[in-house]
Ligand binder design. Structure first.
Ligand code: ATP
Ligand code: MG
Length: 665
């Protein structure tokens, strides 16, 4: 993907400078870039002061055996001590750690740092009693409740790597993750609340345990169950234990053991957008430094005054790095919400922002596009004047969605940090610094201080401004993955072989004339139309910039003449849906959208086919699974759907298409 990449000029002229007030008091200034450029390892040594070490490290980085990095060699620390105890010791025990909000509207709990510390100690004592020792793996399959955070920190305290599996995953998905990392204990709950009703979790654990046992792997020895909903659960004596029976009675004292900086902290499976999930291993010291520093710098966190809210589920990496480890290491006060944004009403998130005076808000483009679809009158009904900073993660944010987010949620006052990173990177890598960098809708801007990103062509040569290619990271960073669990060879092959010595992210990117980075979508998703490389992200953003379109997904389908042809799936905004249903209107709309893409990008990008759909297939973390849409566009049987958020979506799309006439090739 080189000079052929189309340069989409959509809104590129828009720039938002950092607000003067924020810039004047920002945690990080422009000097950080110069400092890190002058001496990258000295920069990361200094960043490591954000963490409390039981024994200081003697070597910042050992990169003598790439791609296996060792950060902060000789250092010893305890991640849970860093996230709770030390804040209590520093006199902040009364500070709120979590404002937990249940989905049922009348439920809420406030957990201070002192309370969190006690609970983590009790849980660590309980896990010890259940036989968990350092190095054992523990699977966590929970709803968004405080006990989930407690469970993660209790594992970290004992040096037992956790693997959190999103509560919406099936028994199969859970079983394959338990088997892959051979977890001997599972922590779960009877269920949780979602969309206004109690849903069950324990039955999936029972099924997964049976599957694991049948597969001749290690057996799950204990299942620790939190009572959340009070629903009936099947019980296996000897294996199953209630949280309230074994945790509540424990002592709130527990001596944290200091572990080697490279001691495994957790295994997290990627969201499976491009294929089978990979078990990404993160270790203790580097990961904690990477997440704490970036959370403090990118969100300009002021722990005494800010109320931070990251809407991600703890079941994926954003929940690990920017709800648990980064914010808690920084002593932040945050909101944790159990439910969905539309329960019991579509203004639920905005109501929570108003109620808790949220100042920093971090969410995903998929959510923003959903709110755009519903219309701005809903957020307009709430007072969100407490907000001062907005963040985005998970996918490129379409310029139209960025501008809407900034204007409607941020009242044109709050800067947006568009943060590019991955499960593998552990920490944010490419993002504006809110007091330093201007924001451009659709661009993640530049690599953070201490991070070395490049956009390179097929031969691995850095491209010039104005051109596109592959995003690579040229130097190791503290929060980097250490390997794929149990598969060093796959680790090497997937990330370090395409451009030897450099980390291959798998994402396409381009540099604009200023040298700022625009993410273009997965390399696997790039289309080749008559020899031109086209980016899914750019065509999707062109479609979303049309006033009638709320969401779009673009894929390349085999085409006899052009090699691949652009096929688009669009969801209309609510105001446009009724119109499109009028006889003849649907067809006109499709033509209008094709012309719109031609105008915005060029004739080569004009979709061969546009299909209006109700839903798009998304992973549990809200990302579009284009590979499934490619199967539909090419009339193939759809591939692996195990990580799909809603498995009925593919059926709906296929039914809708066979009865619609929107194929206008
Ligand atoms: P898998 O690797 O199993 O296919 P996944 O890549 O979706 O799953 P994650 O690690 O959760 O799993 O997602 C990381 C990817 O998300 C990045 O590689 C990138 O494609 C996308 N991404 C995240 N943040 C941004 C952003 N701010 N801008 C553009 N893309 C982003
Ligand atoms: Mg990935």
């Amino acid at each position: 993907m080189t000079e052929e990449t189309l340069s989409n000029l959509l809104h590129e002229e828009r720039r938002f400078e950092p607000p003067a007030e924020l810039a004047a008091a920002a945690n990080v200034t422009a000097d950080a870039y110069a400092e890190a450029d002058a001496d990258r390892l000295a920069f990361w040594a200094k960043a490591a002061e954000r963490v409390s070490w039981a024994e200081p490290f003697t070597e910042v980085l050992d990169w003598s055996n790439p791609p296996f990095a060792r950060w902060y060699g000789g250092g010893r620390l305890n991640a849970a001590y860093n996230c709770v105890d030390r804040h209590v010791e520093a006199g902040h025990g009364d500070r709120v750690a979590l404002h937990w909000v249940g989905e049922p509207d009348d439920e809420a709990r406030t957990v201070t740092y002192a309370e969190l510390r006690d609970e983590v100690c009790r849980a660590a004592n309980a896990l010890t009693e259940l036989g968990v020792t350092a190095g054992d793996r523990v699977a966590i399959y929970m709803p968004m409740i405080p006990e989930t955070v407690v469970a993660m920190l209790a594992c970290a305290r004992l040096g037992a790597p956790h693997t959190v599996v999103f509560g919406g995953f099936s028994a199969d998905a859970l079983a394959s993750r338990i088997s892959d990392c051979q977890a001997k204990v599972v922590i779960t709950s009877d269920g949780g609340y979602r969309r206004g009703a109690a849903s069950a979790l324990k039955p999936a654990v029972d099924e997964a345990c049976d599957k694991v046992a049948a597969g001749n792997e290690v057996e799950v020895e204990k299942v620790l169950v939190v009572r959340r909903t009070g629903q009936d659960v099947a019980w296996q004596d000897g294996r199953d234990v209630w949280w309230h029976d074994v945790v509540d009675a424990q002592s709130p004292e527990h001596e944290p053991e200091a572990f080697d900086a490279e001691h495994p902290l957790y295994v997290m499976y990627t969201s499976g957008t491009t294929g089978k999930p990979k078990g990404i291993l993160h270790t203790t010291g580097g990961y904690l430094v990477g997440t704490a520093w970036t959370h403090w710098a990118v969100f300009d966190l002021k722990p005494e005054t800010d109320v931070y809210w990251c809407t991600a589920d703890v079941g994926w990496v954003t929940g690990h790095s920017y709800m648990v480890y980064g914010p808690l290491a920084n002593g932040a006060t945050q909101v944790m919400y159990e439910g969905t944004p539309d329960t019991p009403h579509k203004g639920r998130w905005w109501e929570i922002i108003e109620r808790y005076g949220v100042t920093i808000f971090y969410t995903a483009p998929t959510a923003i596009r959903t709110f755009m679809k519903q219309g701005e009158q809903i957020p307009a009904g709430f007072d969100m004047s407490s907000l001062r900073l907005l963040g985005s993660v998970g996918e490129s944010i379409n310029p139209e969605a960025y501008v809407w987010y900034r204007r409607v949620i941020g009242a044109d006052r709050c800067p947006i940090v568009d943060t590019w990173w991955q499960t593998e990177t552990g920490q944010i890598m490419v993002s504006p610094l809110p007091g330093v960098t201007a924001g451009k809708p659709g661009s993640a801007m530049t690599a953070l201080p201490g991070v070395s990103a490049q956009v390179v062509n097929d031969e691995g040569k850095a491209v010039a401004p104005g051109s596109g290619g592959y995003l690579v990271l040229t130097e190791p960073w503290p929060g980097m993955l250490r390997t794929i669990w149990g598969d060093d060879e796959r680790f090497r092959k997937t990330y370090w072989s395409r451009f030897p010595g450099r980390y291959f992210a798998g994402d396409g990117a381009k540099l604009d004339e200023d040298g700022d980075i625009w993410l273009l979508g997965r390399v696997d998703d790039v289309m080749n139309v008559s020899g031109h490389r086209l980016s899914t992200t750019e065509i999707e953003s062109a479609l979303v910039s049309h006033p009638k379109v709320a969401e779009a997904a673009v894929v390349g389908a085999n085409d006899e003449t052009t090699g691949q042809a652009v096929c688009a799936f669009v969801i209309l905004r609510e105001t446009a849906v009724a119109e499109a249903d009028e006889p003849g209107e649907g067809e006109d709309l499709v033509q209008e959208l094709r012309r719109h893409v031609q105008r915005e990008i060029g004739a080569i990008a004009k979709p061969r086919q546009i299909m209006v759909v109700q839903e798009l297939p998304k992973t549990r973390s809200g990302k579009i699974m284009r590979r499934l849409l490619r199967d539909v566009a090419e009339n193939r049987e759809v591939g692996d759907v195990t990580t799909l958020a809603d498995s009925s979506v593919m059926g709906l799309i296929q039914d809708g298409l066979s009865s619609s006439s929107s194929d206008d090739a």
